[in-house]
Design a protein around this ligand. Structure first.
Ligand SMILES: Cc1ncc(COP(=O)(O)O)c(C=O)c1O
Length: 406
């Protein structure tokens, strides 16, 4: 794209370079891997939630600086680590009262979700979440023997995914739920919850005495015109019942480095989660991931993110228009955040008398590696990752048009 300081057009060959999105094709990875393409078609990764872009140069610089000091002994998280998070969160989301005390390292957002499940619930307990549901939540619940109680989001007359408050309230009561996983912004619908939506949801969680895991990992990838509001900022009550989860990994493409963190204001809740984390010997920071976060959260990281958002917004808009104009029987709403599209293909499947498996295979055969919507507890849908150079995104849509929708 013209007038850009950073290059989001470069096509990078990720084969054999530590990329699940490429190396995992045709393997049994997470039970959701796409199959290998037919000969003659290159693979276009549109499933795993990472980006086909290089990270901010500020990350690379921070890592390079650290590896020029080639000693990697035991270490303590530095003041700079906490200062970086406090500064970033105050500018990005308006946090005013963060101190190092309320911030804690987590070995992935999943690490903390597992800790919350293990400390705040018992096997067999029900946990409420919205569907379509990020597949990682479902597998965390399954592997800890907790019951997922799904409250489906519904599209309103303008195609905006909304929570169904009546359904949530009824299910909280019927299943005696005490723990909720709220995804904000929401993957895979791409919603950025408005203040009134969060207020209404939090009032229901308060009335039913639920602790809230607020997964805000996508909160930096929010498009112009929308504003992420941290769950803990809705009220004094929400501040006390929320475990907020963040990471630079989605924003800066750092998932392979691992390095998420929690913000927990309630001292009792924090103590419980911390003690569990400390008992599991794997919840330890990696020195390189600490420096990567510090580099990401520099001013240059924010500048890079600004350009990234322009690119992602443009890609999502292009794909949404293309799908709604060209793929008969399919529909998709423009996301307000994330780089994911959740495409309904029920009309197309019905018209062609096709199963979703047929449809998935038809795309995978021609190298379009979109993801099975059933992994998100939703029927007749696919999730499409648009964080690709524009030329690859266009290529994928044109292939679908030519070989699947013709
Ligand atoms: C909503 C959500 N939470 C968590 C994760 C993964 O987080 P982590 O890699 O920190 O465990 C993802 C990755 O796609 C996600 O979409």
């Amino acid at each position: 794209m013209n007038n850009m300081k950073y290059d989001f057009d470069k096509i990078i060959d990720r084969r054999g370079m530590d990329s699940a999105a490429i190396d995992g094709i045709g393997k049994k990875l997470w039970g959701v891997s796409p199959e290998i393409a037919r000969p003659g078609f290159s693979e276009i990764p549109m499933w795993v939630a990472d980006m086909n872009f290089e990270t901010s140069p500020s990350v690379t610089r921070a890592l390079e600086k650290r590896i020029r000091h080639p000693l990697y002994g035991y270490f303590l998280p530095s003041d700079e680590y906490y200062d970086s998070i406090i500064h970033w969160q105050s500018i990005q989301h308006g946090y005013k009262d963060l101190t190092p005390e309320v911030i804690g390292y987590e070995n992935g957002v999943h690490g903390c979700i597992m800790t919350c499940l293990n400390t705040l619930t018992e096997p067999g307990d029900a946990v409420l979440l919205h569907s379509p549901a990020y597949l990682g939540f479902l597998s965390d619940l399954k592997s800890t023997g907790r019951e997922a109680v799904l409250s489906p989001l519904r599209k309103d007359e303008n195609g905006v995914w909304r929570m169904d408050y009546e359904d949530m309230e009824k299910k909280l009561k019927d299943y005696h739920v005490r723990l909720v996983i709220l995804c904000s912004p929401h993957n895979p619908s791409g919603r950025v919850w408005e203040r009134w939506e969060l207020e209404k949801a939090l009032a229901i969680f308060r009335d039913n005495d639920c602790t809230v895991i607020s997964d805000e990992i996508w909160s930096d990838i929010v498009f112009e015109g929308y504003k992420h509001i941290p769950t803990s900022m809705i009220s004094e009550d929400s501040k006390n019942r929320t475990v907020s989860l963040y990471a630079p990994s989605k924003t800066f493409n750092l998932a392979g480095l691992i390095g998420s963190y929690h913000i927990i204001f309630n001292p009792l809740l924090r103590e419980k989660i911390r003690r569990h984390g400390e008992r599991t010997q794997y919840n330890e920071m990696n020195v390189l991931s600490m420096h990567a976060l510090i580099g990401a959260y520099e001013d240059e990281g924010r500048e890079w993110l600004g350009e990234l958002l322009t690119v992602l917004n443009r890609n999502c808009q292009y794909a949404v228009n293309y799908i709604n104009d060209n793929f008969e029987g399919c529909s998709v709403s423009m996301p307000e955040a994330t780089y994911m599209l959740f495409m309904d293909c029920s009309g197309f499947l019905k018209e062609r008398n096709m199963t979703l498996d047929d449809f998935l295979k038809a795309g995978w055969d021609i190298g379009v590696k979109y993801q099975d919507g059933r992994a998100f507890a939703w029927q007749d849908a696919v999730r499409i990752n648009t964080a690709l150079p524009e030329s690859l995104l266009k290529e994928a849509l044109e292939r679908l048009s030519k070989y699947v929708f013709s």
